[in-house]
Design a binder for this molecule. Structure first.
Ligand code: PEP
Ligand code: MN
Length: 338
């Protein structure tokens, strides 16, 4: 439920109203002051609240019942686009952010080399997995803490903020020292303990959509993080499971405009895991940019054929550089910069 306040309502009245709401109705008021209008979002179980009663509160002009079960992530509650700044890089603004790097950190030389290459080509952020959730227990599981150290060194050398996947709530302290953005992987999108943990952190969270999860479930997972106190969530569409077998997953292009309509949070797209094949990365990236994505997460490896993880879908640094040039006119055509 959202209360739209009367024009010119004083900050003292807003404060008093919030106190009255939490005391009388047992829900949490979240005031949001806009240029023209002040709103109060009510978080908690609002099912028993009557619209007509709320409209009689002093200072309230109108009451909207929000059907969606997510409030913090809801655009109705926060009409403007949220912009998240990570180490000087703005996500959700006019510039499309490219985050590139290897699926997994394999060595210091590997990740520092790729970081320098993707930076030179136009990437603003570096990705790299250190703790790898793999389908097979026999596959490479990542360099773990050592990998995080190499990522930190790559950041030191290039200045690129680092994104890496956290797989366990117990890793939060370690990650806090080494990464700029906590990535929640598709397999952990509904790991509520993990969501609660990153909700208590201040660093931005890149939340990937589970491959069998709906858009609403993705937004509810964002809600878990945001209601825990961390408003800095970046949503990421990375392909979902369908009956199609020609590609690793099916990139849900519609998720981009739907997420942008329902939520104010920035939306990134991972064309690498969506298509699962290197040559599909360019067409899927173009489609994502055209559909309104705020950024792309792309796997790049210095030697894709010998990568320890996801080499088939990884671009070489030269292929990544070529892709950036192909994307520039697409971004321009939809009024964005790259
Ligand atoms: C990844 O980004 O390396 C990854 C494992 O992605 P996802 O969680 O989307 O499968
Ligand atoms: Mn990967």
């Amino acid at each position: 439920m959202i209360l739209i306040l009367k024009n010119g309502v004083t900050p003292e009245r807003v404060k008093a109203l919030c106190a009255e709401i939490s005391e009388k109705f047992g829900v949490q008021p979240w005031p949001s002051e806009g240029a023209a209008q002040t709103l109060i979002g009510l978080v908690g179980d609002t099912s028993g609240l009557q619209q007509s009663v709320m409209e009689t509160l002093d200072g309230v002009a109108r009451v909207i019942r929000v059907q969606e079960p997510y409030k913090h992530a809801n655009r109705a509650f926060h009409p403007g686009d949220t912009r998240i700044v990570v180490g000087g890089v703005e996500i959700g603004g006019p510039r499309i952010v490219l985050c590139a790097g290897p699926c997994s950190v394999e060595s210091e030389a590997q990740v520092c080399g790729v970081a320098a290459d993707v930076k030179a080509a136009g990437a603003a952020m570096l990705r790299g997995g250190a703790f790898k959730p793999r389908t097979s227990p026999y596959a490479f599981q990542g360099l773990k803490a050592e990998g995080l150290l190499y990522l930190k060194n790559a950041r030191k050398q290039t200045g690129l903020p680092v994104v890496s996947e956290i797989t366990n709530p117990g890793q939060a302290e370690l990650f806090n020292d080494f990464v700029d953005v906590f990535q929640i992987g598709a397999r952990n999108m509904q790991n509520f303990e993990l969501l609660r943990q990153v909700g208590q952190c201040r660093k931005p969270v890149l939340l990937k959509r589970g491959f069998a999860n709906s858009i609403e479930e993705l937004l509810m997972s964002a809600e878990h993080v945001m209601s825990g106190g961390n408003p800095n969530v970046i949503l990421c569409e990375r392909g979902i499971r369908t009956f199609e077998t020609a590609t690793r997953n099916t990139l849900d292009i519609s998720a981009i405009p739907v997420l942008k309509a329902r939520s104010h949070l920035p939306v990134m797209v991972d064309p690498s895991h969506a298509g699962g094949i290197a040559w599909l990365v360019a067409p899927l990236s173009k489609a994502a940019v055209a559909a309104g994505a705020d950024g792309l997460l792309i796997e790049v490896h210095g030697d894709p054929k010998n990568a320890l993880c996801d080499g088939k879908q990884s671009l070489s640094p030269a292929e990544f550089a070529a892709l950036v040039e192909v994307l520039r006119p697409v971004a321009k055509a939809v009024g964005r910069d790259l």
